[in-house]
Every structure is written in C-alpha cells, then in structure tokens.
Ligand binder design. Structure first.
Ligand code: SAM
Ligand code: SF4
Length: 329
C-alpha cells in the first residue's frame, strides 16, 4: 500500500515479546517493568493481524522482540505466518543465544533469513555490552545457521569508547563465512539516548583505507535501507544502516507491530494504532470477517500516519518514550 508520500509500504516488523535473555546496555540494561502475558498478543492474534496486513499489501514480515526465541513456539509461529496468502518472506532477528537450539525447528518451518545481533567478538567486551557472558553460544548459532545455507546477516551497533574498535574483527566474519556484516548507527531511542552514534561515514572511510579495492555492491540484500560494499575475496558483503547520519526516510517501506498490539508508523514518534483494542474491544460477537475488516482499516490508518521523516537529529522532538526492547527494534 502506498503512503501519503508515495512510499510503498510492504514490510512489517512483528515483535512477539518484550522479554529478553540479554541486557544490552543501549536497549535493556536493567530489568524493566514487563507487560503481563495477558497484555501481549497471542499467536492467534498475531496471525490475524498479519493476515489483514497481507490484505493491505504487506509482503514481508520480520519476527523480532525483545528476544523472539525466548517465547515458546516462535518457530511454529513463523511456519504459520509463512502460510498466509500474500506473505512472501518471513525472517527473524535474534541475539543468537538460543539460535543453535532452535535452528532445526526454524529450518523446518521455513524461515527465509536470519539476522543475528552481535556487537563484539571479544568475550569480555561482549559481556560488558550485553550483560551476559554468552559470546560462545552466539558464535555457535551463527556457524550452525551458516552451515544450513540460511541467508544470514550480522547486525552490529558500535558505541564510541566501548566497542568502536571491534569493527575490524566483525568485518572479518564476512571473509570466511557466507554472511553479510552490517553496522547500524545507534538511534536515540530509549537507553540509546545515553550514547552518541558512531558516524557510518567515518567508519566507511576507515574501511576504505584498510580495503582500498572495496567496491559498492548494488545487489539487493534485504528489505531495508542498508548500503552495501564488497571486499574482493570476501564471501559476504559489508552493509551500513545510517539511521542518524544518513537520511533514508524517503525509501522507508515499513510499519511495526509491538508485542502489545500497537501498530507504529515510525520508530521516532509515539503515535500508534491500537490493533489489540480492535481485536479485544469487547465486541465478543464480532466474527472473524468483521475483525479482519477492522484490522485492515487500523493498519491502513497506521500507514496513512507515516511521517515524511524521523527527527533523530532533534532529541526534543522525539516523542517515543518506550525502550527499544518494548517496541521491537
Ligand atoms: N533481541 C533481538 C536482537 O537483539 O536482535 C531482536 C530485538 S533487538 C531490539 C533488534 C535490534 O535493535 C538489535 O540489532 C539491536 O542491536 C538494535 N537496537 C536496539 N536498540 C538500538 C538503538 N538504540 N539504536 C540502534 N539499534 C538498536
Ligand atoms: Fe535483548 Fe536484543 Fe535488546 Fe539486546 S538488543 S537487550 S538482545 S532485545
């Protein structure tokens, strides 16, 4: 479906939980007030919303969280979402801790691609950034997924003074493994406001200095705004998601569904459409067909509310106050 600015919105990020087994310092460094399970959408409700989303032109879904793999039944949900007519691709974003354990079920249920978040290859640095000493588990998950030939991306957020030197090792992952490594600029959302973003432009210059033969890669790699480069001899590409220093809103293609059923038009602002309210609004007699129409209308409203652009450069204008773990990054 086209939004007010002529952008084709065909991608929805679906958060299935606000729980997580890590405590990343820029996302959920400490325990936060969790929603009651009764406030979180059931898998049946998520499926209903995704069916209505497919009706209005959503073709690609990304299952995220919190950590999606801590919610029991995540692989089966992916299998169900894959069967929705009109949905062409269902992918997963995970911190990788439970990836090796759930990989067989994810493959069985047809996951189309997996993104693993990994900010450092140094064990101590990883533990300091993520709050847990679990680097080995993440690496095992990555290698197991690579061996299954699942399209794989590593997403890294660099923080000046913490892990901004870790890019050299992270980039090397794409040398020996069939995966892309992407650097995402820190966004001033939730705890992320406490940190400044490493400028991807500066990072790109450092990369070009180290790999002078690096070339721009025009191949389509995914659903997002990443810009890619190829380094001769590397199996995977290097991507940059310049959320703050690059302005990619002109090609924004997405809406977000939080685990509580709010459909968010933009990460930066707190406006949303309450789809859970439409599903549970007290009209017990509402049948599936009526609910589907209500959800379609709600989703269309969210698309129509998409702003022209975010305002990450002007902190006082950011109205979103939730943490990333509650939104579904
Ligand atoms: N737990 C899963 C994971 O870590 O991949 C999925 C949810 S997590 C919120 C999704 C992504 O958001 C992760 O790659 C994480 O690094 C990123 N993220 C969280 N807070 C961020 C922020 N303030 N700026 C940029 N990226 C952020
Ligand atoms: Fe959990 Fe992902 Fe947030 Fe880290 S980035 S705290 S793994 S939700």
């Amino acid at each position: 479906m086209e939004d007010f600015y002529g952008r084709n919105i065909d991608y929805m990020r679906v958060s299935i939980t606000d729980r997580c087994n890590l405590r990343c310092r820029y996302c959920m460094p400490e325990d936060i007030q969790l929603n009651q399970m009764s406030e979180i959408l059931t898998f049946e409700e998520i499926e209903e919303i995704c069916q209505a989303a497919a009706d209005i032109g959503i073709k690609k879904l990304k299952v995220t969280g919190g950590e999606p793999l801590v919610r029991l039944g995540c692989p089966e949900l992916i299998g169900k979402l894959k069967k929705i007519p009109g949905i062409e691709q269902v992918t997963l974003t995970t911190n990788g801790i439970l990836l090796k354990q759930y990989l067989p079920e994810l493959v069985e249920n047809g996951v189309d691609a997996i993104n693993v978040s990994l900010d450092s290859l140094d064990r101590e640095q990883y533990a300091s950034l993520s709050g847990k000493d679990r680097l080995e588990d993440v690496l095992e998950g990555i290698h197991a997924a690579a061996a299954c030939n699942i399209p794989l991306k590593i997403n890294s957020v660099l923080i000046p003074g913490y892990n901004d030197g870790s890019w050299e090792q992270l980039v090397e992952l794409a040398a020996g493994n069939p995966l892309d490594v992407r650097f995402i600029e820190m966004m001033p959302i939730g705890y992320g406001k406490k940190y400044t973003a490493v400028d991807n432009g500066t990072l790109l210059s450092q990369l070009q200095a180290k790999y002078p033969d690096m070339q721009s890669d025009s191949k389509k790699h995914g659903n997002g705004p990443a810009v890619y480069y190829r380094i001769p001899g590397f199996q995977g590409s290097i991507g940059f998601i310049s959320a703050v220093h690059g302005r990619f809103c002109g090609s924004c293609n997405r809406i977000r569904l939080t685990s509580q059923g709010k459909c968010k038009p933009c990460l930066c602002y707190d406006e949303s459409v309450d789809l859970r309210q439409l599903l549970r609004g007290g009209q017990e007699e509402t049948g599936p067909e009526t609910r589907r129409i209500l959800l379609q209308e709600g989703l269309k409203k969210a698309v129509s509310m998409k702003p022209a652009q975010h305002c990450f450069e002007a902190l006082s204008r950011i109205t979103e106050v939730k943490q990333m773990v509650q939104i579904g990054g």
